[in-house]
Design a protein around this ligand. Structure first.
Ligand SMILES: Cc1cc2nc3c(=O)[nH]c(=O)nc-3n(C[C@H](O)[C@H](O)[C@H](O)COP(=O)(O)OP(=O)(O)OC[C@H]3O[C@@H](n4cnc5c(N)ncnc54)[C@H](O)[C@@H]3O)c2cc1C
Length: 391
């Protein structure tokens, strides 16, 4: 790198990996490369760079983001998809699929987080119901955006409806690439985000499990709803027919120890959302809308713009919904970024030297006590519910 080379960011906390800089570069001089944890960062090819500075100017994570069309305060709803099957295969109440289905029915395309080889989490494009299904459910890993923003722009130029869904740093990144693009048919959906874990931690967890159970992983679920909406237990299905449910990855997620560095510096942990509508789990639903919860999933929905409101009204025949109040649904990540574990640096040092299994044991995600607790949750709780002794 020359001393006068452009620097897109100084510290890793300042880059969310959205790919906006790569998308707008007029010389295709920027590539996203993984660091040792699998998080992607932009790197400039000095031989191609003409130092126009567009990459730096476009970065909304560092320069601030605008939401000129947003309502002063979002309209808040509790939502359940009317089809139980749609809800059970969604993370919360199925708001995403209700909106996505309308876009598909109108000849549009959906962008969301799906899987590449070996369950590599990446954003993909879907123009049919089968491909769309893959986007359902939360993948608690940072998704690779690859060339998605350019594909969205191409679809908008072809005058197609587009629904783009992602974390708020991804939706904000998309907006920053859309100058001179007609966005009339674009709908943007973000989610309330706790933080996005390392792609290599997820990869290595799967590899660790494959070795442990001596079989390839054929299906994954970051949060298996067969244990109820509230419970957070992950499940893996193996080629040999075995299903294993555990909280190993979940525990590491909630330790706030494997998030992208920029998650601790998140700009979007507020109610000024970079999207037409926002989806989340409606925690606190029991108090906010008594009688609406059935432990099968309720979406918290914010309508942020007139466009989001119109789309909601259009799909309202397919959902059950109740208005709610902002103050009744506020979560920590609508007010502040997740606070990283003090052991984060030590964790990664250990991880890079000794691998996934070592840190999972050392930092308490794998322990006899956890295993016993999990068994109680999986076997005893359903039994008590069946006997009417617990809700
Ligand atoms: C990393 C992460 C952290 C989250 N943190 C919180 C939280 O703190 N509080 C809360 O209430 N909700 C959180 N959620 C959101 C929540 O889990 C659900 O996504 C939301 O309730 C939508 O549910 P649904 O039933 O409408 O959609 P579903 O049908 O489950 O649709 C899932 C949607 O999420 C998108 N998505 C899934 N994984 C990713 C990913 N890795 N990156 C970008 N987009 C993705 C898909 O593209 C799709 O649009 C988080 C989700 C993720 C992925």
């Amino acid at each position: 790198m020359n001393s006068d080379s452009i620097k897109i960011f100084k510290n890793k906390q300042d880059c969310c990996g959205c790919t906006a800089c790569m998308t707008v570069c007029p010389k295709a001089a920027i590539k996203m490369n993984p660091d040792e944890k699998g998080f992607l960062y932009p790197e400039i090819d000095d031989a191609k760079c003409v130092k126009c500075g567009l990459c730096v100017k476009t970065c909304t994570f560092q320069n601030g983001y605008k939401t000129p069309d947003n309502f002063d305060t979002p309209l808040v709803y509790a939502v359940k998809h009317k089809k139980l099957e749609e809800r059970l295969t969604s993370r919360s109440g199925g708001m995403f699929i209700a909106a996505a289905d309308w876009i598909l029915e109108n000849g549009g395309v959906i962008y969301g987080a799906g899987y590449g080889d070996n369950f590599y989490v990446m954003h993909k494009r879907a123009d049919n119901k089968k491909d769309l299904f893959e986007f359902k459910g939360s993948k608690y890993v940072q998704s690779d955006m690859n060339t998605i923003f350019s594909q969205v722009i191409d679809d908008l130029k072809k005058d197609r409806y587009v629904l783009f869904s992602g974390t708020p740093c991804q939706t904000s990144g998309l907006y920053s690439c859309l100058k001179n693009v007609n966005t009339e048919k674009l709908y943007v959906c973000d989610l309330v985000c706790h933080g996005t874990p390392s792609p290599y931690a997820w990869r290595d967890y799967l590899e660790f499990s494959k070795k442990k159970y001596k079989s390839n992983v054929v299906k994954t679920d970051f949060r298996d709803k067969s244990f109820g909406w509230f419970t957070h237990i992950e499940s893996l299905w193996f080629e040999n027919g075995k299903k294993v449910s555990s909280e190993i990855y979940t525990k590491l997620f909630y330790m706030h120890i494997m998030f992208r560095p920029s998650c601790g510096n998140c700009k979007y942990t507020n109610t000024r959302r970079p999207s037409d509508f926002t989806i989340a789990d409606f925690w606190g639903i029991g108090k906010a809308v008594p009688g609406f919860n059935d432990n099968k999933g309720v979406s918290l929905v914010f309508l942020n713009t007139e466009k989001g409101k119109k789309l909601f009204e259009t799909v309202s025949d397919n959902i059950e919904y109740k208005p709610s109040r902002l103050e009744d649904c506020m979560q920590h990540n609508m007010k502040a970024p997740s606070v990283f574990s003090e052991s984060t640096d030590e964790f990664w040092k250990d991880y890079l030297a000794n691998g996934f299994g070592y840190v999972a044991k050392k930092y308490g995600a794998i322990s006899f006590k956890n295993e016993m607790r999990l068994r109680l949750k999986i076997y005893l709780k359903p039994l008590l519910i069946k006997m009417g002794l617990r809700k």
